[in-house]
Design a protein around this ligand. Structure first.
Ligand code: HEM
Length: 118
């Protein structure tokens, strides 16, 4: 038996539908993981609205900016239901990323230069 059960991935579209409105489920995203905090909302020490405001959304910045204790972060664990779909994760743009054609262009340039020199 494997220690790690298969991870369930949820799309942003599906997560957005669980925004806690009209007593529906309240899911939040924290660091690319998805938590169903529906049963926790009423117990939130900062009041329920602070959590429901982030229902169906990425709460990472808000959660961290609230200065939560490590206890608070640990409390998230039992509510985890899966992870954000890979294709919906923010892609970090690498500065000066070269297109595959850049290499080809450089080769052609050096051939031309060589021709001129020779
Ligand atoms: C989703 C966005 C969230 C925001 C914006 C938020 C914001 C806050 C704020 C402002 C406080 C301070 C309240 C005060 O001092 O009166 C607080 C406290 C707390 N929150 Fe949240 N919260 C969020 C979600 C959660 C979640 C999902 C959990 C746990 C599953 C949680 C657990 C706690 C705990 C345990 C405290 C007490 C102080 C501490 O131990 O850090 N919060 N929260």
């Amino acid at each position: 038996m494997s220690d790690k059960p298969d991870v369930k991935y949820y799309s942003l579209v599906e997560i957005k539908q669980n925004n806690g409105v009209n007593d529906g489920k309240c899911w939040i995203i924290y660091k690319n993981k998805v938590y169903d905090v529906t049963d926790f909302i009423k117990d939130h020490p900062g009041g329920p609205e602070l959590v429901t405001e982030w229902g169906g959304k990425d709460s990472t910045k808000a959660f961290d900016n609230a200065g939560h204790s490590s206890d608070a972060r640990n409390m998230l664990k039992p509510y985890k239901i899966g992870e954000l779909a890979m294709e919906d994760r923010a892609v970090k743009q690498t500065k000066n990323a070269k297109s595959p054609n850049a290499q080809v262009r450089r080769s052609i340039a050096s051939i031309v230069t060589c021709g001129l020199c020779g």
